[in-house]
Design a protein around this ligand. Structure first.
Ligand code: ATP
Length: 304
């Protein structure tokens, strides 16, 4: 990317106390992009975010920022006052002159779809409403770098879908870089311009989400990204496949046995053992029985 980065982390090691959680992290954030961080529990996503925010000292390396950073941490943590007063306090602390604050606050609340909640006491909000206000408060600051830690945690599925839809348009802003820790891969596909995967204490993958999904750099990254099937190849190596890359097909070249059926909303997820591996495949209800012999075909995947 040609523009000057608004945040540059070089050779960064992050951790708590003297314990290193993740190291050798180098990344750049540019204005206008939304970068998502994925990784399993305990991978160090929140620790990295807190370090980029300046809330924790780097254990090695450095973070350079060209502008101001605002972070919205995991818990909404709204003060016991009205929604409007919560935003006003943040804007005041940020140094926004008093006459400018009401319009800035209302604009951010409206952009997050909660303008009508401005006068509500913060403690009367539902979890989903509090999340929106929490995001609005960070957006209202108009930082150069916006760091968000799991902004959709604990929000139920329909509310989450609506929040994601609103956030996708509000969070991407040409004037700032947005860096967001996510738990759910689906959120990353919906939101991110760029994806970072933290795994086993290092930055294990980085790139455009589609590219990372199509060509995960290691088997560990592939497994983390949902390549649940692995089949030995004749020529050597192991082909890793996602359930969507497997089809039950009476004329398919591979023979397997259904080892387990996991009922899902729109069908069944079948775990099929093959000579040389195992895969998962989705099938409309009722699908094959446990113990049934099936034939299947693999469409794609990646070989390690
Ligand atoms: N306040 C703390 N004091 C000491 N250790 C901590 C603290 N917070 C987190 N840790 C430890 O640091 C490691 C990384 O935790 P972190 O919260 O950064 O991971 P994460 O990837 O954000 O995980 P999750 O997906 O579960 O939120 C973990 O081993 C965790 O137990």
């Amino acid at each position: 990317m040609a523009s000057r980065p608004v945040l540059t982390a070089s050779g960064l090691a992050v951790g708590r106390g003297t314990t290193t959680v993740a190291s050798d992290i180098s990344l750049e954030l540019h204005r206008g992009e939304l970068v998502a961080v994925l990784g399993p529990n305990g991978a160090g996503k929140s620790t990295l975010l807190a370090t980029l925010a300046g809330l924790l000292p780097p254990l090695a390396g450095r973070v350079e920022i060209d502008g101001r950073v605002a972070a919205a941490l995991q818990a909404p943590a709204l003060a016991r006052r009205s929604v409007r007063a919560n935003l006003d306090a943040a804007l005041s602390w940020w140094g926004v002159p008093k006459p400018d604050r009401p319009a800035r606050a209302l604009d951010a609340l409206e952009r997050m779809g909660v303008g009508e909640l401005a006068e509500r006491p913060a403690w009367t909000l539902s979890g989903g409403e509090a999340r929106r206000v929490h995001l609005a408060r960070a957006i209202a600051l108009r930082p150069d770098v916006l760091l968000l830690d799991e902004p959709f945690a604990g929000v139920d599925v329909p509310t989450r879908a609506a929040l994601l839809r609103d956030a996708a348009s509000v969070l991407r802003d040409p004037s700032r870089a947005t860096f967001v820790v996510l738990h759910d891969r689906a959120e990353a596909w919906a939101l991110a311009d760029r994806l970072i995967v933290l795994l086993d204490g290092r930055l294990a993958a980085a790139g455009e989400p589609r590219a990372v999904l199509e060509r995960p750099p290691t088997r560990a990254v592939a497994t983390f990204l949902g390549f649940t099937g692995a089949v030995r190849e004749n020529g050597g190596g192991v082909r890793c496949v996602r359930p969507a890359q497997v089809a039950l097909d009476a004329d398919g070249p591979l023979a397997g046995i259904v080892a387990r059926r996991i009922p899902e909303e729109d069908g069944v997820l079948c775990e099929v053992t093959l000579d040389g591996g195992a895969v998962q495949v989705r099938h409309p209800y009722p699908g094959p029985a446990e113990g049934e012999a099936v034939r299947l075909r693999l469409d794609g995947g990646v070989v390690f």
